[in-house]
Design a protein around this ligand. Sequence first.
Ligand code: PLP
Length: 372
Amino acid sequence: MNIETIAIHAGQEIDPSSGSVIPPIYLSTTFERAEDGSFPHGNIYTRSGNPNRSMLERCLTALEGGADCAAFGSGQAAAMAVFQALRPGDHVVAPDDAYHGVTRLLRELMAPWGLEYTQVDMRDPEHVRAAIRPSTRLVWVETPSNPLLKVADIAAVAAIAHEGGAACAVDNTWATPALQRPLELGADLAVHATTKYLGGHSDVLGGAVVAREAGPLFERVRFIQGNGGAVPAPFDCWLVLRGIRTLAYRVRAHAEHAMRVARFLDAHPQIARVYYPGLESHPGHEVAARQMRGFGGMLSAEVRGGQAAAMGVAARVKIFTRATSLGGTESLIEHRASVEGPESTTPPSLLRISVGLEHPDDLIADLEQALG
Ligand SMILES: *Cc1c(COP(=O)(O)O)cnc(C)c1O
């Protein structure tokens, strides 16, 4: 079945008690036992399982072509669950420009807990091979990466991870399963901030871990979900599922608009460099073209004149909103180094752009006036 159809139907049946076409929201925290003590509907208590969460998990499982999924209250909670599924003393290889929140998790929370990690530039899979140790249990991939749009070859990195006896997890937030399906490329886990394109409307926070197969690693993730308790509320699950129904169409338009904005910026004399894997000049273009069905809605650009010039452009835009995050219908622009704080390695002249669903002519006109 195609992704458009999966997104609208997977996990979502007509409600048998009311005939409701759109699922009701099950706010109940607790569910009745039968006289024999069993739970005939499979629900016990909302921290360990809830009908809205299970609909979302079934839909995400189908979208990624996996075996199972655990939904979380945020993307960070999902990433945290994957790291906590390992043991103190285990080693992780992660990208050098992973989403800064994930780098912070590793540095500030997981390293003190006993997890060891090495960050490498994953554009060359050989860097991953060189970082693997006997204690390596996980290779964490993010492609395209945040905010430099570095592209990693998922199939090559997953194969290296497996040779080294490690699992491979891919943060698929930016691409979404509409454009990239890591589990089909050999990854073991696909991780999401559903906050972004899956929710799609900047009004709900969520995360998810989808597993290619059931097994001890995913069992630990599931245990952490129910017992750690970083679970999404039923309404939040309902909102993400509502967003997913239009995912394929939204992402297609995001990518088409981003390509137009990237070409405009690439030709503009005030712009020193554009990072967008859809441009033939992008060093990861060929790998992206091979493993993605489109190049996504995110891009970064360096403005000539450094930080002040970049912040000036961000100050003059009228349709773009100066805000962090991505994947909503509205276009966002952000001076990334100031968001990431003093430890940031992002170039100070860099603006990160989430290209929205406004008409691309209007977006380009806005950037044109802001660039002056
Ligand atoms: C936003 C984001 C996260 C974190 O998700 P939250 O829902 O904000 O916790 C993780 N990875 C990537 C690539 C993201 O863009």
